[in-house]
Write a protein that binds this ligand. Structure first.
Ligand SMILES: [Zn+2]
Length: 118
């Protein structure tokens, strides 16, 4: 992981880097970086060191960001990220428990009977 906060703007221009993703939580950012690298796309994470401790939500300009190093990879990377986010959004749709309760998507367990989402 390369972090160059002080010169980030200048470096970005020279290398024609492009940001493909930013998120409040570093985990998704790491995952996206791994997947892009598997696809053979050079990328890096910025702001990872600013993401704060447990319970702290950093301001949006400090969110961890995934940048691709080469212009030519940008569209490809964007498509991959879009697909990934679509999947995670679908997972957040509400679900019906075996007991018949409708549960909001952000919950993984039924509030009524305690059974985990199957
Ligand atoms: Zn239930």
């Amino acid at each position: 992981m390369v972090v160059i906060p002080a010169f980030a703007g200048m470096t970005s221009k020279r290398l024609k880097m492009k940001r493909v993703y930013a998120a409040e939580h570093g985990l998704m950012t790491e995952r996206i970086k791994d997947i892009l690298e598997e696809e053979g796309i050079d990328c890096m994470i910025k702001n990872m060191n600013l993401s704060g401790g447990v319970g702290q939500i950093p301001p949006i300009e400090c969110w961890p960001e995934v940048w691709v190093m080469a212009d030519k990879d940008y569209d490809h990377a964007k498509t991959i990220v879009k697909d990934l986010l679509k999947v995670s959004t679908e997972y957040r749709t509400s679900w019906i428990c075996k007991c018949g309760e409708k549960i909001e998507g952000q919950f993984t367990d039924c509030w009524n009977c305690g059974i985990a989402r199957g």
